[in-house]
Design a protein around this ligand. Structure first.
Ligand SMILES: NC(=O)c1ccc[n+]([C@@H]2O[C@H](COP(=O)([O-])OP(=O)(O)OC[C@H]3O[C@@H](n4cnc5c(N)ncnc54)[C@H](OP(=O)(O)O)[C@@H]3O)[C@@H](O)[C@H]2O)c1
Length: 295
């Protein structure tokens, strides 16, 4: 199943004062088929084509980061080159907290006072004067998120960012952040087979009217190296066959069935996969299929 289907086929969600189609695009795979510096750099023109086609297909929510780069490609630079001047309705979400040096090696997680520099780096690379949505991406060594969220709230007050999100958090961090500043979105690893603990965050977000944005929802296990179709789950294959769609499309459709506040950001640098992923916005799974996938 491929599209002339638009990204609005799964409806919309409000991120603060911005409305996005629930089917969006993650930019991490535009720089290489595997995450970060692993794998072969993607063909530059192809990555630019993917971004432009995504917007043509109605995608208006991009998820990116300054630390998404491979030796020869930067996700933010590709976004800027492909899409600036940006369409008015395009929401570009980015992440701060983690950082990499010029060689690609990971730096220690940013201290609260270092977040401003990371926000400025994103502004420079994207060619914007403010960022729509900035996630504080928590690394496991950070127990409390209050000071980092406080630093982002200051940047919001200064007009550099519009909305705050949290990534890689549990309910405790969410509660802590909400006592400091409003949060419009949580981005956590989530997908078919996720633990009840992960589902807890999804549910809390729903209660607060906060978006929940799963990552690695298509790639599943071993996600850093990309998706492996050879290890696909039997139930996913069965549902895919019944709909005449791919298993990746079932995983995206499943994501979108998890609640009206759940947004999909499948990552791809492949134009054919992009068409498929957008078309998945129109797939509806039956209660029996959802039960089969839950088992
Ligand atoms: N907050 C965080 O810590 C965090 C961590 C990781 C990622 N993210 C964000 O979440 C987004 C999604 O994560 P992700 O890109 O790592 O993983 P994903 O969306 O779960 O899966 C991407 C992988 O699946 C493949 N794929 C995509 N569509 C496909 C299709 N229709 N058929 C077959 N294979 C397909 C991609 O390869 P091709 O490129 O060849 O299609 C890639 O290997 C990222 O782009 C990034 O923006 C956030």
């Amino acid at each position: 199943m491929t599209s002339m289907i638009s990204a609005d086929a799964a409806g919309t969600w409000r991120l603060g004062d911005m409305t996005v189609n629930r089917l969006g695009l993650g930019t991490m795979r535009l720089t290489g088929s595997a995450a970060f510096d692993l794998g072969t750099p993607r063909d530059r023109d192809q990555s630019i084509r993917v971004l432009r086609r995504a917007v043509e297909l109605g995608v208006n929510h991009l998820d990116t980061a300054a630390f998404y780069f491979s030796p020869l490609r930067s996700a933010n630079e590709l976004v800027n080159t492909a899409l600036a001047p940006y369409p008015d309705d395009l929401v570009i979400a980015t992440k701060v907290g983690p950082g990499r040096d010029a060689s690609g090696a990971w730096l220690p997680p940013a201290r609260p006072e270092e977040l401003r520099g990371q926000v400025e780096e994103n502004l420079r690379q994207l060619g914007r004067d403010h960022l729509d949505l900035v996630y504080f991406r928590r690394m496991p060594t950070i127990a409390s998120v209050s000071e980092h969220v406080g630093a982002l709230a200051d940047l919001r007050d200064a007009g550099m960012i519009r909305h705050i999100g949290l990534s890689a958090v549990d309910p405790r961090h969410l509660a802590e952040a909400l006592s400091v500043a409003p949060v419009v979105s949580v981005q956590n690893r989530y997908g078919i087979g996720a633990s009840s603990q992960s589902s807890d965050v999804l549910a809390r977000c729903g209660e607060h009217g906060i978006a929940f944005v799963p990552f690695f929802a298509v790639a599943g296990s071993g996600a850093e190296r990309g998706r492996s179709a050879s290890t696909e789950d039997e139930a996913v294959l069965q549902v895919a066959e019944a709909h005449g769609v791919s298993s990746a499309q079932v995983r995206i459709a499943w994501t979108l069935e998890q609640g009206p506040h759940v947004l999909a950001i499948p990552g791809t640098g492949d134009p054919v996969h992009l068409e498929e992923n957008v078309a998945a916005a129109a797939i509806r799974l039956t209660p029996d299929e959802l039960a089969l996938l839950a088992a």
